[in-house]
Design a protein around this ligand. Sequence first.
Ligand SMILES: Cc1cc2nc3c(=O)[nH]c(=O)nc-3n(C[C@H](O)[C@H](O)[C@H](O)COP(=O)(O)OP(=O)(O)OC[C@H]3O[C@@H](n4cnc5c(N)ncnc54)[C@H](O)[C@@H]3O)c2cc1C
Length: 381
Amino acid sequence: MNILNYTEEHHEFRKRLQDYFAKEVTPYAAKWETDHIIPKEAWKKAGKAGFLCTSVSKEYGGIGGDFIYSAIVCEEMTKTFQTGLAMSLHSDVVVPYIDEYGSEELKKRFLPGCVSGDIVAAVAMTEPDAGSDLSSLTTTAVEDGDEIIISGSKTFISNGIHCDAVIVAAKDPAVENPYQAMSLYVVEDGTPGFTRGRHLDKMGWHSQDTAELFFNDCRIPKANLLGEKGYGFLMLMGKLQQERLVCAMGAVYGARQVIDGAVEYFKTTKDASGKPLSKYQAVQFALVEMETDVRIAETFIQKLIADHMEKADIKTETSMAKYWTTDLANRVSGRCLEMMEDFGMVEQNPMVQAWRDFRITSIFAGTNEIMKFIVAKLMQL
Ligand SMILES: Cc1cc2nc3c(=O)[nH]c(=O)nc-3n(C[C@H](O)[C@H](O)[C@H](O)COP(=O)(O)OP(=O)(O)OC[C@H]3O[C@@H](n4cnc5c(N)ncnc54)[C@H](O)[C@@H]3O)c2cc1C
């Protein structure tokens, strides 16, 4: 039984997306991974084809779709074995800040471009000395007439090279309480004082442009403030449920790819006597255990998607899911590679890339230790 109610429209959307990926993404994925970046044009093509920001309402160019559309995009994306066209990050993690907290003017200015792919979005919280503990960030935002002056640096920002609009968390130095000092601002590419640093060379997510960003007395209009001044921390917290859920969804859908690939490999690979490796009990038990784990994860994630669509407060469950599913994806991919022996070491095995890419998922969107720290608090331990 599928917990989610897929409609004909959802199925039709998935089919169109699969056709689109087969033509415009999968054939280029290996090159993008080698290039360590995707062509920016890929964002525009995905947007023009109608696959970005599906939740944005028709008024701003979107289709006003429910969260199942986001789940479909996330699931189909894991099958493309590339991370540069980070559609879920753009559509379901970053743009919702503008959609929910932006003024009417900001929404009109940014949302249509985010939907069409002409504006690639990023969110910049992390700094060289502030990761898990956002209260210690040092980027400042100082008012000067009708402008805000942003100063500071950010690091490990996904879409950092390609982004046209970046949501920056910064503090008013005049406010003592670090949580009340924080606000979110939209900074546009081309604003004087906004520059890129290194395009970070990572062990995984090779085609994803993760970068350092610098703000040197960067003046933006006061109108680029998201929501109310001093509510930045609360806005970030408000969006974390969806961010963690999206991260967990990616881990589960990715783990499904890995276990399916492994089952196929062990059924079709034979030993010297011609016996398929899947006929050995040690292999069977390992595959059965991993398949069981992935099915449990799939059921859990479907339930959470359904709850999230009903706007239930599932912060505890999404924090649990984020750490447990990303650990699971790491475990499953590592175990499959180990069982594949020499084939588990070669680059043409897509599972090698999956293993590298999963490594990162326990770190971003809040580390897995932080997830347990949050759950412990929510359990009042
Ligand atoms: C590929 C990639 C993409 C990213 N994309 C973005 C992005 O788009 N935007 C953005 O803002 N950031 C992004 N990040 C940054 C990411 O969110 C941070 O790396 C993460 O929040 C952890 O921060 P840190 O690396 O500074 O580790 P730290 O916070 O310094 O933590 C170091 C270790 O201490 C542990 N720890 C810290 N505090 C506690 C605690 N209270 N209890 C228990 N353990 C604790 C952590 O779990 C971790 O193991 C990205 C990172 C990566 C790797």
